[in-house]
Design a protein around this ligand. Structure first.
Ligand code: DON
Length: 604
């Protein structure tokens, strides 16, 4: 984004003191109802220098360098909120809460209290990796035919998305509380100060938010609460306009006071249920019981070996770590470093490894609490070596050559294949703190603006449309079909790359099922091609999931169109708007923020 626009955004942040010291108070309990007054000092003496350096680095294509801590997030105001906490001695988990609460305000189309998230945590004290699943769940009253019409035909995507039917039980509020309970050092209430302050005093609408509101105006106009907020007076919000969200501030005060219980029961819950169950034309079946019973689940991390690294992330119901791990595992036997990023041969290997991994993803990956899954087998080195041999050729795999494999598994289960559609939203947060902890979290309300329903100042997700709309194919069941209480398959890939038991790269992105390609490419660029973290994110994308090779428009990837076509790929040039945020950890910290989005990395 143009620097001047980013600077304008930050100016608003600077003009509005963020009550940094107050918000990052790690000792004294503090009332969340206390409001910073306009006369309070900014509280971060080096704030300007910090953000100035971050902006300069991003504009110049350089990583941001720091020693003690770093946060990389999709909006400068959110990154600043995280920096305020880290600077005052908070942990990465504390900072994540502050970042998420501000993101839910300033980037409401992407993530927030009404959505879900996956979190990967490296603990500096114990050396352990933990993953937390805060994915939305299908209501208990949902049936496998939730997204079919009366004749059993799948609904059109947006007919399913817009309204209450697609809304799953949000997981993000419970995840914030659980992460803070396990790893927090700061007072819970203090983590809310910046978000409350910005919600009440207002923030400048970012160029990206304004553009997306403009594009989506018709759908946003369908529900009065949503229309009032995003289309005040019937007109789309304008870039730079000051936007206040008193309803969100009130919800934040409730959560600051009562914890996640203030979300899953009481007036906030009642508002969510009212919005979902009375959504005109497309009501949903979410109930008070669904909200009351929501649980964050700790899951085993999924790790795959690649070169000298272990690439670790979120297992089922996310397909992220398994599919990223499969792509990398199949490529491990090929010398990508020698080929380099300009080589069509390198991209042939990456593209077809990705197609093979997506074939396995479509068949096997879903919520393993509901369907049997060969989770370990899918990333077993011997299996991936065997799958990697399929790439030992000179041209693109023919369509019929891209079939799911048979990973080692003690079940003889057969699933039908499934491919689903995903569109722009979602956000990734990478954080490293001064205690050696690292956090990678991808957070979403699924589609841009989710279900378009708003309750209590935030948008509700449409995560349930990540399920397969069909239940069977040719009489064979689909693993990712809707079931009551089940979590829809995700592609979110919050990742921590480990070397000799220590984290060396924290990374993730939005982008629907292209997330997998964005993350795999960035790891290859960093590990094999020696790019620094900012260059690795900025490197043009080439993504292949189901056969068509998507090349990023307006970039040097265009030079590969001809050789890849000659190899037999169907090439398609298009925008590929990832939102990668990454931190490299060595004797210093290097942060990168995707040049395709508004985010920054901040550190000291
Ligand atoms: O969980 C998932 O995989 C999707 N709901 C994420 C959606 C997304 O990244 C949209 N992106 N641009």
């Amino acid at each position: 984004m143009p620097r001047s626009l980013l600077a304008a955004l930050l100016c608003t942040a600077l003009a509005a003191p963020l009550a940094a010291q107050q918000s990052a108070d790690t000792v004294a309990p503090e009332s969340a109802t206390q409001q910073p007054s306009a006369a309070e000092p900014v509280g971060l003496p080096s704030y300007q220098a910090l953000t100035g350096a971050a902006l300069e680095a991003k504009a110049a294509g350089r990583p941001v360098e720091a020693q003690d801590w770093m946060v990389a997030a999709a909006n400068p105001l959110a990154a600043v909120a995280g920096a305020n906490i880290l600077r005052a001695g908070g942990s990465a988990a504390d900072a994540m809460v502050a970042v998420q609460l501000v993101l839910g305000l300033v980037e409401p189309q992407s993530s927030g209290l009404g959505g879900g998230a996956f979190l990967v945590w490296y603990d500096g004290a114990t050396g352990e990796l933990t993953t937390l699943d805060g994915r939305e769940t299908a209501p208990r009253a949902a049936t496998p035919r939730l997204f079919q019409d009366e004749t059993g035909e799948p609904l059109k995507f947006f007919d399913a998305v817009v309204g209450g039917r697609s809304v799953g039980t949000p997981g993000t509020p419970a995840l914030l509380e659980e992460a803070h309970r396990r790893w927090g050092r700061s007072n819970w209430q203090s983590l809310f100060s910046d978000a409350i302050f910005l919600a009440e005093q207002g923030f400048a609408v970012s160029p990206r938010l304004a553009a997306l509101v403009q594009e989506d105006a018709e759908r946003l106009s369908r529900f009065p609460a949503t229309a009032d907020y995003f289309l005040p007076g019937g007109e789309p919000l304008q870039e730079g306009a000051t936007l206040r969200n008193p309803a969100y501030a009130e919800t934040l005060r409730t959560l600051a006071r009562e914890g996640a219980a203030g979300f899953y029961a009481g007036p906030v819950a009642a508002e969510i249920l009212r919005a979902v169950r009375t959504a005109e034309g497309n009501p949903g079946v979410l109930s008070a019981v669904d909200l009351a019973l929501y649980q964050v689940i700790e899951r085993d991390p999924v790790c795959a070996a690649y070169r000298a690294y272990e690439v670790c992330g979120m297992g089922p119901p996310s397909s992220g770590a398994l599919t990223v791990g499969q792509i990398l595992g199949m490529l491990d036997g090929y010398d990508l470093a020698a080929l380099g990023p300009q080589s069509a041969e390198a991209w042939r290997l990456i593209g077809d490894a990705s197609r093979l991994a997506f074939a396995d993803r479509g068949r096997y990956m879903a919520d393993s609490d509901f369907v049997p899954m060969p989770t370990d087998g899918l990333v077993e080195p011997a299996y991936l070596e065997e799958r990697g041999m399929i790439l030992d050729r000179t041209d693109a795999l023919p369509e019929e050559g891209v079939a799911p494999g048979e990973p080692p598994w003690d079940h003889a289960f057969l699933w039908a294949d499934d491919a689903s559609l995903e569109l722009p939203s979602t956000s990734h947060i990478s954080i490293v703190d001064r205690y050696g902890n690292a956090l990678s979290m991808t957070t979403t309300i699924e589609n841009g603006f989710g279900s378009r329903l708003m309750a209590a100042g935030f948008l509700l997700n449409n995560e349930l449309t990540d399920f397969s709309f069909r239940t069977h194919r040719n009489g064979v069941p689909i693993a990712n079909r809707v079931e009551p209480g089940k979590r829809p398959r995700s592609s979110m890939s919050p990742t921590i790359v480990m070397q000799d038991g220590k984290p060396v790269l924290v990374i993730g992105s939005p982008g629907g099922s292209r997330i997998i390609g964005y993350v795999a490419k960035s790891i290859i660029a960093w590990a094999d091609w020696g790019l620094d973290v900012q260059q690795a994110l900025a490197l043009p994308h080439l993504v292949n999931r189901f056969g068509t090779y998507d090349l990023e428009a307006g970039t040097e990837a265009g030079a590969l169109a001809e050789p890849l076509s000659a190899m037999g790929f169907e090439v398609n040039t298009r925008d590929l708007t990832s939102g990668l945020h990454a931190i490299e950890i060595s004797d210093r910290l290097l942060g990168g923020a995707d040049p395709r989005r508004e985010g920054i990395a901040l550190g000291e």
